[in-house]
Design a protein around this ligand. Sequence first.
Ligand SMILES: Nc1nc2c(ncn2[C@@H]2O[C@H](COP(=O)(O)OP(=O)(O)OP(=O)(O)O)[C@@H](O)[C@H]2O)c(=O)[nH]1
Ligand SMILES: [Mg+2]
Length: 200
Amino acid sequence: MGCSASLPERSSNQLGRGNSENGGGQDAKNLRVKLVLLGDSGVGKSCIVLRFVRGQFDPTSKVTVGASFLSQTIALQDSTTVKFEIWDTAGQERYASLAPLYYRGAAVAVVVYDITSLESFNKAQYWVKELQKHGSSDIVLALVGNKADLHEQREVPIQDGIEYAEKNGMFFIETSAKTADNINELFEEIAKRLPRPSTN
Ligand SMILES: Nc1nc2c(ncn2[C@@H]2O[C@H](COP(=O)(O)OP(=O)(O)OP(=O)(O)O)[C@@H](O)[C@H]2O)c(=O)[nH]1
Ligand SMILES: [Mg+2]
């Protein structure tokens, strides 16, 4: 997986805002949301997406080239549906300059680190700063500490993740794409935090 290099459509818009220029189908009960995943190479971005979209885990997941696109719709308890249009970016340094193509116009950014790698936590903070500078002003930001199943090798205390997220107005969660722990919860919590288009 992660081998399909693709570019976002130029007209990517502020999804989840009730406009219809994204092809319609967008109303107060049926949201469509552009979501981008960012983070160091190897933290598990593609595995999180694969787990969420297909319910699978790939222990031999290949590095993503450029970015890959997948979508998944979920239903919330209030009968709202949210279609996530997910851009899974490549974490390798050589692709860093492409990132703005994917986070521009995104309604949601999920910044991922690996709880067993302090370096990846530092890189996550770099992405948060970049999003604060260049992302949409009302972007929903989530900080995700992945590979929570590897707690014996933990380098990033959960408290550090919680505090950093709090300071930066982000939603925080630890996940495991391997065990599926908190993967659906991550997307459900994001869905609950989306600004709702007005109903009139
Ligand atoms: N133990 C464990 N391994 C994981 C988890 N998530 C991903 N991995 C492993 O971590 C490696 C990298 O996962 P990817 O999802 O390809 O990483 P990525 O963030 O997409 O990397 P790039 O595409 O290079 O940016 C793979 O060997 C996965 O099997 C997890 O939750 N737990
Ligand atoms: Mg990847």
